[in-house]
Design a protein around this ligand. Structure first.
Ligand code: HEC
Ligand code: HEC
Length: 457
């Protein structure tokens, strides 16, 4: 047992993939960097498995800001030789669970519980060399939330999002847009600023309401408890993917298959390079692993902080023909140039959709014209006439989309635009579906409802 880690055994379930898929980035490394060189010099794949486990046997890296679950308790008394302990809930209003299988100490040691009395709080412990003392805090059944999140995720989400959250479940190939690949840690529709990850509230809203206009369904009827557990599991999968990518970044400059080939062409021998890699993996990699963990802790905790949340400096500017006109002017302006992507009438067909782009990794032109997102998929600017807003249609949702951009997509952030101006643009954008003649300000429908009635006949 590594300090600060616990293993959560899932038991045999035949519908699970045996392992989490390995990213293409990892596959671009030399095999020795992927797999390591012996136990003392583990590479990206064994290190990721050490920290996160496999779908059947997850590991909880306690440093990470995941709500792993379990009941926090304080030890009241300890029997001779620590063969049993009596515990009470650490929080005043909490109660003890009916069943308990394990107990985790504050310094990360996991002890199996052989029998449990929910009335008295007495846990008979399996033999171990862990010593207990009255007053110390422990967690009963640590990891229970993650475990149940995983079970629900496999039932409701994995056929689209894949076992590893790589967006590549069996149904995925038929869908456009593709299910999100969580492994970048990038989520599109957030209430956070352009540099922050998604908050738990953002993920909850996505699950409750789905993403209109895509195959992402709404789980409105799901119980809160199940939803919370799934969200922790999605965050866990995102952190796992990001961790793997971070390790690849450490190694790719010197030890990708391509880098090795050119080093060998440059006169080094393969043996020399492998000796250097062995030294790096043995001596430096452990620090990189901890730093990657610290980094993930900071950014994912940050996403739930007040500082990350987008808060308009001025209240919404009331909708009016004048505000919409100002909004349209800004939309067409040279500085913001929304029309370059969305088109002058908002149909999603601006000049940028007709240009051929280069794939930033292979440096080759994409086969199809148009913008591409960080997942390498074609990324069409939204047709604003459709009135379908994937991230929600409340004015504040549209404000966030413009202020922070849509992360991972080609919709940029306009965070330097005065907030009052953003509100004018929001008013304009919300009016586009109802305009008979886009931009003919004299003929703007006076209310959205009137426009909707018109569109209905
Ligand atoms: C039928 C396929 C399907 C199922 C089932 C499904 N999703 Fe999705 N999901 C999608 C698609 C497609 C997208 C991408 C939409 C887009 O890019 O606009 C998506 C996007 C997401 C996002 C990204 C939101 C963002 O802001 O970027 C999250 C989170 C998510 N799904 C979670 C889940 C969870 C959790 C479940 C199970 C409870 C689930 N999905 C089930 C298809 C699915
Ligand atoms: C460089 C191209 C580009 C520019 C410039 C651009 N957008 Fe976008 N926009 C996109 C793309 C691409 C999407 C679709 C992103 C996705 O869902 O993956 C999008 C989506 C949107 C959406 C849909 C949000 C939702 O919830 O569905 C709105 C609204 C929007 N853009 C408004 C604007 C406004 C207003 C401006 C100018 C202030 C602007 N865009 C500038 C590319 C652009």
């Amino acid at each position: 047992m590594l300090a600060g880690m616990i293993s959560l055994f899932a038991g045999g379930c035949s519908d699970f993939d045996a392992s989490f898929s390995i990213s293409d980035k990892t596959r671009s490394l030399a095999p020795e960097a992927q797999n390591g060189i012996g136990d003392a010099a583990p590479g990206v794949i064994p290190l990721t498995e050490q920290k996160f486990g496999t779908p059947q046997s997850l590991n909880a890296w306690l440093k990470l800001p995941v709500n792993w679950g379990g009941t926090s308790v304080a030890v009241v008394s300890v029997s001779a030789e620590s063969s049993s302990v009596v515990v009470e809930p650490a929080a005043e209003d909490a109660s003890l669970p009916d069943q308990v299988a394990s107990l985790l100490t504050a310094d990360g040691k996991l002890v199996a519980v052989e029998s449990w009395n929910a009335e008295t709080g007495e846990a008979v412990l399996a033999a171990s060399d862990v010593e207990f003392a009255a007053g110390q805090t422990c967690t009963l059944d640590a990891g229970s939330v993650l475990q149940s999140g995983r079970v629900s995720y496999m039932r409701h989400c994995s056929h689209c999002h894949g076992t590893a959250g790589d967006g590549n479940g069996p149904t995925a190939q038929y869908l456009n847009p593709r299910p999100r690949d969580y492994r970048h840690g990038v989520f599109k529709f957030t209430s956070t600023n352009d540099l922050s990850r998604a908050s738990r509230d953002d993920l909850t809203r996505i699950l409750r309401y789905g993403i209109p206009g895509t195959y992402m369904p709404s789980f409105l009827l799901m119980e809160d408890e199940e939803m919370h557990a799934i969200i922790e599991y999605v965050r866990f999968l995102a952190m796992r993917g990001e961790f793997e990518r971070k390790l690849v970044v450490e190694l790719s400059a010197d030890y990708s298959s391509d880098a090795m080939t050119s080093r060998i062409e440059g006169g080094e021998t393969r043996d020399e390079i492998i000796a250097e890699l062995t030294e790096f993996l043995t001596q430096d990699m452990a620090d990189s692993v901890e730093l990657a963990g610290d980094d993930l802790k900071e950014i994912w905790e940050g996403a739930d902080s007040d500082e990350a949340k987008v808060v308009p400096e001025v209240p919404r500017v009331p909708d009016s023909p004048e505000s919409r006109r100002l909004g349209r002017e800004l939309y067409l302006s040279k500085t913001l140039n929304c029309a370059d992507c969305h088109g002058i009438d908002g149909a999603g067909n601006g000049p940028q959709t007709m240009a051929f782009e280069k794939n930033p990794i292979t440096n080759e032109l994409y086969e199809e014209a148009g913008l591409h997102d960080v997942w390498d998929n074609l990324n069409q600017p939204r047709n604003l006439q459709s009135g379908i807003f994937r991230g929600g249609r409340r004015p504040i949702d549209i404000f966030c989309r413009i202020y922070s951009g849509i992360k991972g997509s080609r919709m940029p952030s306009f965070k330097n635009t005065p907030h009052e101006d953003i509100w004018h643009i929001v008013n304009y954008v919300l009016s586009v579906p109802f305009e008979s003649e886009p931009g003919a300000s004299g003929e703007l429908a006076s209310t959205a409802e009137a426009g909707a009635a018109e569109a209905g006949d």
